[in-house]
Design a protein around this ligand. Structure first.
Ligand SMILES: Cc1cc2nc3c(=O)[nH]c(=O)nc-3n(C[C@H](O)[C@H](O)[C@H](O)COP(=O)(O)OP(=O)(O)OC[C@H]3O[C@@H](n4cnc5c(N)ncnc54)[C@H](O)[C@@H]3O)c2cc1C
Length: 427
């Protein structure tokens, strides 16, 4: 049974690794020059960097397991840090989401929150966490509706929940799915301290999994094609028979897995099955290169009331490199590259005065279709892995699960897809 996987992002590669491991013939076809999709390596002058700053957390256990399966030791490529985030606001004093200190988890988190947001800050966090089972037992609402329903104060909404919602769902609180945010909160802050750990890559994203996954597939007898784009899925009487490339070549297969982003999946599926195409939403990363001694006071800082949302210290990889993330839509989209760099550099300097008001060099990456918009409606209509066509499967971060568009969600779905294919009776 030959399985053809269209798309060599983290999800498609996961499916292919899992199939190859069981000795199944598999062929991954990727349109781009490199594997990795939306979490890949790019070159900036003499540096290899990420196509956009990513943050992973200790709860990404499926991602970590897949890295180990393809012989990447997470410890050598990722810094695992105790959660220690400060969120600076233009109006309020800094808020600390941190497990640092002498107390054990979760008292350490509670203590740091009380110190920065008072007893009411802690009380409100507990109220929200305790409300999760009730929220999930009912129909979905927006994050903002949820926060208001449980009486979260304006400060926590602005300085904690809005930035966390944007960071994880890449969708504003007035549209984002409360169910999805609740799952993220439960899996990160609601479990052990290790689940809340920050995983900051020490290597570019392509070195974390995609390249090793491609090698693994090859070593296990699989085939990989790059710079090959699939234009069409071919079916006969409700059964998939293969695909046609944009060069007009037919490739036959018993199973076809569409592991592309939602826009490309919609095109490939157009004449086959009904498909809800979710809106996509951007993420902008501004890399600022300072003198190599320059550092942030913490590996990760949040900013609210500003255009910049999150600052990451990437010195482990390139000394003096800071990545600034701006989630979703906003005024930054109207600025030219130069205007954006100037604006962001000033904001960073105001917050971290030890950094100069101008970087030595800067690079802007605007990923227009970074993630699907995780609204109540889009989450409700996420497609299943199984389709009505025999042998045609879907995987990717937007396929049904409880996570937003994340690497962990993409990997989980990739694993599930492989399990479904493997559970089919072979003909
Ligand atoms: C800037 C940015 C920041 C992000 N931040 C985070 C973060 O902090 N934490 C986190 O967990 N996630 C983050 N994400 C999301 C994460 O990167 C994605 O959820 C994940 O990479 C999606 O993987 P995927 O395999 O589902 O899809 P993709 O990575 O989109 O893979 C699809 C692949 O299919 C290929 N393809 C498309 N059409 C065809 C065709 N016709 N024929 C052949 N191949 C085709 C594409 O080239 C691509 O390689 C971020 C994404 C971006 C862009």
């Amino acid at each position: 049974m030959t399985t053809l996987v269209i798309g060599g992002g983290w999800s498609g590669l996961t499916t292919a690794v899992k199939l190859a491991r069981q000795g199944e013939p598999v062929h991954v076809i990727e349109a781009a020059k490199h594997f990795g999709g939306r979490a890949r390596n790019i070159e900036w002058q003499d540096k290899v960097i990420d196509n956009g700053q990513h943050i992973m957390i200790g709860a990404y256990d499926h991602m970590l397991a897949m890295m180990q399966l393809v012989s990447v030791d997470p410890e050598t490529v990722i810094d695992r840090l105790t959660i220690d985030i400060s969120i600076y606001d233009t109006q309020y004093s800094p808020l600390h989401l941190s497990a640092r200190g002498k107390l054990s988890w979760p008292w350490s988190l509670a203590w740091n929150l009380v110190r920065s947001a008072g007893l009411s800050g802690l009380k409100n966090l507990v109220v929200l966490q305790r409300n999760i089972p009730k929220l999930l037992s009912d129909h979905d609402i927006t994050v903002l509706e949820w926060l208001q329903k449980v009486g979260q104060p304006d400060r926590l909404i602005k300085q904690l929940w809005e930035p966390l919602c944007l960071a994880t769902l890449n969708t504003s609180t007035d549209r984002a799915s409360a169910h999805v945010l609740a799952h993220v909160l439960r899996d990160s802050l609601g479990k052990t301290q290790q689940h809340a750990d920050l995983l900051i890559p020490k290597k570019p994203l392509g070195d974390l999994f995609p390249q090793a996954a491609a090698d693994y597939i090859r070593r296990h007898g699989g085939k990989l094609s790059r710079q090959t784009r699939i234009a069409e899925i071919v079916t006969e009487e409700g059964l998939v028979t293969g695909v046609v490339t944009t060069a007009g070549r037919f490739i036959d297969a018993d199973n076809v897995v569409i592991a592309t982003g939602p826009d490309q999946s919609a095109q490939l599926l157009a004449s086959h099955v009904r498909f809800h195409r979710p809106q996509q939403t951007p993420i902008t990363t501004v890399y600022l290169q300072y003198h190599e001694d320059c550092r942030l006071p913490k590996p990760m800082l949040g900013m609210t009331g500003t255009m910049s949302h999150w600052l990451f210290d990437r010195s482990q990889q390139h000394p003096g490199l800071i990545a600034v993330v701006i989630s979703a839509q906003g005024e930054h989209e109207q600025l030219s590259r130069e205007q954006l760099i100037r604006h962001i550099s000033q904001e960073v300097h105001q917050q971290v005065p030890t950094l100069p008001d101008r970087a030595i060099d800067a690079f802007v990456i605007r990923e227009k279709r970074a993630t699907f918009m995780c609204t109540v409606e889009n989450h409700r209509q996420r497609p299943e892995c199984e389709t009505t066509i025999n042998g045609l499967w879907l995987t990717g971060d937007y396929i049904k699960n409880n996570y937003p568009a994340t690497i962990e969600g993409a990997v989980r779905n990739g694993q599930y897809c492989a399990e479904q294919i493997l559970s089919q009776p072979s003909s």
